[in-house]
Structure formats: C-alpha cells, structure tokens
Design a protein around this ligand. Structure first.
Ligand code: ADP
Length: 831
C-alpha cells in the first residue's frame, strides 16, 4: 500500500530499508503499522476537534465581549438618563410656590415612568427629609427588601450628601443587603437655587431591576448576567457558580466553564462590575463525551490490534516450532539408514523414506501408490512374499521380522530383513502398517563366512589325534570338546577333563579355586606359572599314556576357563621304555666288555693273592711236616692266607657288582666314594700297563644325585682309555702317569662337580676327534668302539657334559684330557 502512496525515490528508499530488515522485523513492522495508523488517526481527530473547539471558543468569546460591552453601555446610558431626569426634576423643585405639591405630583409621574426607581426623597440643604414618594404614593416609610426599614432609605449617608454638595455632582451608593443578593443603588443629586445648594434628591432603586430594564432579554437567554463588587460578591443577577470548580489544568476549549465577560460600570465607580458568562458548558460536555468515546474506541482498537499482534506472534512462534519439528523429523527420516515404508490397510504404499529408495533404487514417485506385488519383489518370490504380506494384513505379524530377497531397479538383488508394525493414528485408529527394511547382505555374507570358518575350525580340531576340551574353572560341564575327546571319554561331562587335570597335578591352586565364584575379574595372566603345563599322565581306564597340556583362558563370555589338550603318547612311551631297556643292556654289556678287555689284567690281579695263598700253604705244609711250626706261627700264616683269599674275593666281588645288570638307580652319592671304587677297578688295568695314577679330590664336595655304577663306569672307561693311550704311545716309566682331578667348577651358570682325566699319550688325531663319540669307532684292533659313546650318553642323561681335548706344550701334543661335569643338585650338601 505504501508503495502506491509514496513518490518513487522514497519508495525505492523504503524498499531498500525494507529489504535490509530480517523477516521477524518485517513481521513486527507490518503488524505495528495499523497500531501506528490508529494512533495517528486518534491524534488527528483530537487535533481537529481541538481546533474546531478553539475556533468556536474564539467566536463565542468575541460575541460575549460584544454583548457584554453593549449591556454595560446600556446600563451606563440608563443610569445617565435617570440622572438627567432627576436633575431636571430637581430644577423644577426650586420654584417656591407649591413646591411640595409639585414634588408629589412630579415624583409620582417620574416613578410611574421609571419603574426601576423604588422611591424618591427630597432633602433640604441640611439633609433633612422634605418629602418622600414611592410607587404607592406619598408614604415612603415602606421598608425596602433590604429589610433595614425606611429610615436609612430616607436618610442617605450624610457624608455622601456632603461630598455630593461639595463636589456639585450626583453620587451613587450601593448598599448590599445582609441577606440575599439584591443590592440597592442609592443616587444623590445635589439641587442648586441661584448658584446655592438648596437641597438633595435621593432616589433608590434595586440593582436587579436596573439589570432587568437595561439589559436586553436575548442577552439573558445566552448568558448569566450579574453585577458583582470588587469582593466578587454578587449584587444582582446570577453567575454560573456551579462551574467554578472546573479544573484549571483543562485546556480552555475543553473546560466546562464557558467564556466570561467582566467590566466595571463607570458611573458606579470602579467597584461594581458587570459579569457575563455563556451557557455553552452542556454543549461542551457532549463534545467532550464524544471525544472520550472516540479516544476509548481508539484505545480499544489499539488494544485489539495489540492483542491481535500478540496472538499473531504466538501463532508465528507455534508455526515456527512446528516447522522446526517437521524439518527435524524430515532430517531424522532422511538420515536414517533403515528403510521405512508405510502401507495402508489394503497394502498400498503410502510413504517411503530416502533410505528405502536408496536401497531399492526406486524413486518415491514410482513406489508410492503401488499395490502388491511391489517392484522390489523378486519375481520368484511373489508367492512367498504375498503370503507373508497377507499374514501381516491379517494382523499375524511374523515375530522377529522376516528375511526376503529384494530386487533393485538395476536388476541386482540384496538380502533384506523386514519388520512390520501396525501404524496407529493420533486418534488411536489403525491406518495401516509401518515396515522397516535393513540390508543384511553384508551381515549374511559375514555369517556364512563365520559359519564356514567355524566349520573349518571344528574340522581341524576334530581331525586332531589329540583331545581338546574346555571347562569353566571349577565347573562340571564342558564348554567345548572335540571328537577325539568324545571317543575317549564319551559324553560324560567334564570327568575326563578333570581327571587329566588331577593326574597332571595341575589342579587349580586353593586361592584360585576360592576366587572361582567371582572369576569375572580374574585374568589368565594373573595365574603365573600354572597357565600352561606339559605333563605325561597314564590313564588306566584307557590304558593310554597321554601328554597333558593345559592353560587358562578367558572364555567368550569373559569367564575364566581351563583348556586341556591331551595327546596320545602311548607308542612313544613304549618306544622310550624299550630304548631305555636297550640302553641299560648296552651299558651292562659295555661293562662286561670292559671287564672282558680287562680279563688278562684281572687274571693277573687274581694271580697275586692266589700265588701268595699257594706259597703260604706250601710253606705251612713243609714247616708242619718238619715240625718246626708252632701254633702261633701257624695261626699267623693262616691269617695271612685268609687275607690273601679275602683280597681275591674282593676283586671278584667288585667286578661282579660292576658288571651286574641292574635297573637305573638314582640316589644321593658321595663323589669320593665313587672315585675310590672306580680307581680300584681301573688300577687293575693300570698296574698291568705300569701306569701310575695321581688323584686329587677336593675335600667336602657336595653329594650328587646319580646312578653311581654308571658314573663309575664312565670313570673306569676314561682311566682305562688313558692307560691304553700311554701304553700304546710307549712312554718311558717316568711319564707313564694319569692325573685325576675332581673339584667344583661353574659351567653353564651352574655349580658342577668336574672330573678331569689327563694322560700323557699321543692325543687325538683330527680324524679321531671327529668320530670320537660315534658308536663302534675305534682305532684299536681288539677295541669295540662303544665305550666313549656310552660314556657321553650316561653323562648327558645326568644333565652333564663330556668333552675331550688335546694338551699341548710348545706346539707338541703332550697328551689328552677327557673331562666331564655333573650338576650339583640345588639342595646338595657335602658327602
Ligand atoms: P675302544 O676303547 O674300544 O676303542 P672307545 O670308545 O673307548 O673304544 O675309544 C674310541 C677311540 O678313541 C679309541 O679307539 C682311541 O683311538 C680313541 N681314544 C680314546 N681314549 C683315548 C685317549 N686317552 N688318548 C688317545 N686316544 C683315545
């Protein structure tokens, strides 16, 4: 509207300004404009009325002033006329003859012509009453309305008379009645005869009648007319006293008091003033009411506009909120990755969201309104899908949704899972069905992959020749068992699992068992040293040896479980036992061989005591025969013979115990004892080969946990080899020496007892060094070549090491040293 009203440059400026306003400001301005218009209208009306009122007031005022002036003049003229009449009447009274008669007659005529004059009194020069007349006749004693009796009327104030006489002019005096408002105007006219004061005429009249006769009646019709004195006391007539209380703050054109005129009446002196006031107050009342009604209507309109504006704002706010809500819901729908579809009660598509269209490739326009079979149904599934849809429409919604094969617009397919739910409107009435669609192609693929992975895993586990079982800590039920486990133990819970753990002594420690009930917080890594184990166990029910390995693991539900893997090692155990037996046999055989090799030495060794016994016997026989032998000598000889026999028996006993086949017998053994016994055996060979042995054994060596016969066998073998080497080398007597040193040493970070056998033979050739410990390697014609091989296996079965090295002196091999060490047990003590 403004556009049409404004001139074009203004319009352009307005449009520019309007464009810069934000939308809510534009709304505010647009809704405030009517309010502004109403306010301006109200102001315009008030101004117009005010202007008109001012105009009217001015006009009225002018009329009033004119009328007032006119009335005042009329009063003045009337007073002047009456004065003139009286003066003329006074002149005539100076005639001497019949003066009283003349006065009476003339006075009656005058009173009749001038009804406002109530009475007329003739006084002499001394102020004494000569005659007095009123309208009723000569009697002038009638009291006037002032209620003060005739005397004052007949006797004007002597001072006034004196002043009139001296000033030689008529004077007026107003006497205000004590009650009422009708004042009396007295008029004194001095009379002169021949230039001398001869008396006075004194006329009285009511001021009200003066007004009545002087002021025209139309003036009375429009104004209140009154004469007031300087003290604002009403002397005659009326004033609009009821309007005096009008508030002075009202503008003049609004005030209820009308225009007023007030001016003194000159002949009566400055004291008496004529007061006129217009009667227009009631008209103004109407105007003011109209104005108030108008203002009230404006206020009402403004209030209505304001209320409307506020209502509009509330509406706008709720509309804004609604728009926000709608756009939020739209955004939610659009950002959802689940496809949504709404069907009506007949199965016709009413709504699809963006995700649904994205999944299927069909646009909303293509889908909305479609009835089954839908475009995204696969041709081959029509029957199935129709059946499911029909069930849904019959309110038999498949629990947990259903899977279907969906067809994209481009012809490809995907697996989808659908969920249906009734669509209930705000009024509680079902309007259709809501369904969600999720693309489960990927989850399905992963599921298939997982199941095939599981299948592979199960196949691998089941094709193992070991049992694999998992049971919760302290539980009696198995969490997992493979086929072999079931073959071995049947489906009898975790009894086999627990049996193996018990046998393997890997039962859970007490503190762990105590915590088993709250095992959620227990982690496998918190069980140090027992999380993995490897033990060989014999299971009598199965007649099998198994190697049991167990470890703790966190099961899929987070609880602590124990995994047991048992491998059948029966065959291995049998083989090991067999080889152990064979080894023992070989060792025994080796000892026999050693003894066999030492047979000539042994024979030589036995020969000495036997020869001595023979010699003793022969000596005794010859001395007894000669009779030279007493009992004491005989007894002495017999004792010596017996000692020799014992010595021979000891040799045989030692050899027997050395070669006697025995089962492995590990026990605590003192080093010194073992060495001594071995040396005694070896010395048989050494004596024959003329080799000396020098043995140094560190005293206080710890006990060793060994099979002493086997260790002695090693020592005997090494010493015998050393003696042979020296003998073979053909060393001179002083160099036919073997050193045996036994002492403590540190090897491989362990405390060990080391045995060193040093000879002075030719040493080991490189070829010999290479094959030294091989079975059946020998450089001797009668040798078997199994001695060193067995020695090494014996030492190693005792967790020790055997080594050989040449000894050099200035680049020359001076001999050979065989050494071996055996670990000292942790708790080993001196033996
Ligand atoms: P045998 O003594 O029956 O030959 P061994 O296994 O005891 O069998 O010894 C194997 C070989 O090692 C011997 O034939 C010999 O050549 C060599 N040998 C062993 N001990 C020594 C030694 N102290 N000095 C030199 N050679 C040795």
């Amino acid at each position: 509207m403004l556009n049409t009203v404004l001139p074009s440059p203004w319009r352009a400026a307005f449009q520019r300004w309007w464009g810069t306003l934000p939308a809510h400001r534009q709304d505010r301005v647009a809704s405030l404009l009517p309010l502004l218009a109403v306010a301006m209208f109200a102001m315009a009306v008030v101004s117009a009325i005010g202007y008109l009122r001012m105009e009217e007031w001015h006009t009225e005022n002018q009329t009033l002033q004119r009328d007032g002036e006119y009335s005042r003049q009329r009063i003045s003229v009337r007073l002047a006329e009456r004065l003139e009449l009286l003066q003329k009447f006074g002149h005539e009274l100076t005639l001497p003859a019949g003066a009283l008669m003349h006065f009476n007659r003339k006075a009656d005529l005058l009173l009749a012509d001038n009804p406002e004059i109530r009475d007329l009194t003739w006084l002499d020069a001394q102020g004494r009453v000569v005659a007095s007349r009123d309208l009723m006749g000569a009697m002038a004693s009638q009291p006037l309305p002032d209620g003060e009796g005739a005397a004052p009327a007949l006797h004007p104030d002597p001072a006034l008379l004196a002043r009139a006489g001296s000033e030689k002019r008529a004077l007026y005096q107003v006497t205000r009645a004590s009650q009422g408002n009708d004042a009396v105007l007295g008029m004194v006219v001095p009379l002169y005869a021949h230039g001398k004061l001869s008396g006075y005429l004194y006329a009285r009249q009511l001021l009200s009648s003066l007004l009545y006769y002087a002021v025209p009646s139309d003036i009375y019709a429009r104004y209140t007319v009154a004469l007031v004195n300087s003290a604002q006391q009403v002397l005659a007539g009326q004033v609009a006293t009821q309007h005096a209380a009008a508030p002075s703050s009202w503008p003049v054109w609004l005030s209820q008091s009308g225009n007023a005129y007030s001016a003194p009446i000159a002949p009566l002196g400055g004291d008496i003033a004529l007061h006129l006031q217009s009667y227009r107050a009631d008209d103004r009342m109407v105007n003011r009411s109209m104005l108030l009604v108008l203002l009230a209507m404006s206020v009402l309109t403004a209030w209505a506009l304001l209320a409307n504006w506020r209502h509009l704002r509330r509406r706008q706010r709720s509309q804004h909120a609604l728009e926000q809500e709608t756009s939020f819901r739209r955004a939610m729908e659009e950002s959802m990755v689940v496809g949504m579809r709404a069907l009506d009660m007949e199965g016709r598509i009413q709504y699809v969201n963006a995700a649904f269209c994205h999944m299927t490739g069909w646009s909303p326009e293509e889908l909305i309104g479609e009835a089954p079979p839908y475009s995204f149904w696969h041709r081959d599934d029509y029957e199935r899908n129709t059946r499911i849809l029909q069930k849904t429409l019959d309110a038999q919604i498949p629990q947990g949704g259903y899977e279907m094969r969906a067809l994209r617009k481009n012809g490809t397919t995907f697996d989808a899972r659908m969920y249906m739910a009734p669509l209930i409107g705000a009024d509680g009435v079902q309007t259709g069905w809501m369904s969600s669609m999720t693309d489960i192609t990927e989850p399905n693929r992963i599921k298939r992959q997982l199941s095939s992975a599981h299948e592979r895993f199960a196949r691998v586990l089941n094709s193992l020749d070991a049992t694999v079982s998992v049971a919760p800590l302290g539980g009696k039920e198995l969490l997992f068992a493979n086929n072999v486990y079931r073959q071995w133990f049947g489906d009898d819970g975790a009894s086999g699992h627990l049996q193996m753990l018990t046998e393997a002594a890997t039962q859970i420690p007490a503190h762990v068992e105590a915590d088993a009930s709250s095992s959620e917080g227990l982690h496998p890594s918190m069980l140090p040293g027992i999380s993995s184990n490897n033990t060989e166990v014999f299971i009598p029910e199965l007649d099998r040896w198994v190697e049991v390995r167990s470890r703790y693991l966190e099961w899929v539900d987070g609880s602590l479980a124990q995994l047991v893997i048992a491998t059948d090692i029966t065959a291995r155990r049998h083989a090991e036992e067999l080889s152990q037996q064979q080894e023992a046999r070989a060792q025994a055989a080796s000892r026999l061989i050693t003894m066999g090799e030492m047979a000539s030495s042994v024979a030589h060794e036995l020969n000495q005591p036997l020869t001595a016994i023979t010699n003793y016997c022969n000596g005794m026989t010859s001395r007894i025969r000669a009779g030279t032998m007493d009992d004491g000598a005989l007894l002495d000889a017999l004792a010596k013979t017996s000692r020799q026999a014992q010595r021979a028996g000891q040799i045989i006993q030692r050899i027997r115990s050395f070669v006697k086949r025995s089962t492995p017998n590990y026990a605590e053994a003192g080093v010194a004892g073992m060495v001594t016994e071995a040396v005694e055996l070896a010395e048989i060979e050494m004596r024959r080969r003329h080799v000396r042995l020098r043995s140094r054994i560190t005293p206080g060596l710890p006990l060793l946990h060994v099979d002493r016969i086997l260790i002695e066998q090693v020592l005997v073998n090494l010493m015998k080899n050393a003696a042979e080497a020296i003998d073979t080398a053909g060393m001179p007597t002083d160099r036919r020496l073997i050193d045996l040193d036994v002492g403590l040493a540190m090897r491989e970070q362990r405390t060990v007892v080391e045995f060193r056998i040093t000879d002075t033979g030719k040493g080991l050739s490189p070829d010999t060094q290479q094959h030294l410990f091989e079975a059946f390697f020998t450089t001797k014609t009668e040798g078997m070549g199994i001695g060193l091989n067995l020695c090494r296996s014996i030492v190693e079965s005792h967790h020790g090491r055997l080594r050989a090295e040449n000894l050099y002196n200035e680049g020359q091999v001076t001999g050979c040293c065989f050494s071996f060490w055996l670990p000292v047990p942790e708790t080993g003590h001196a033996g």
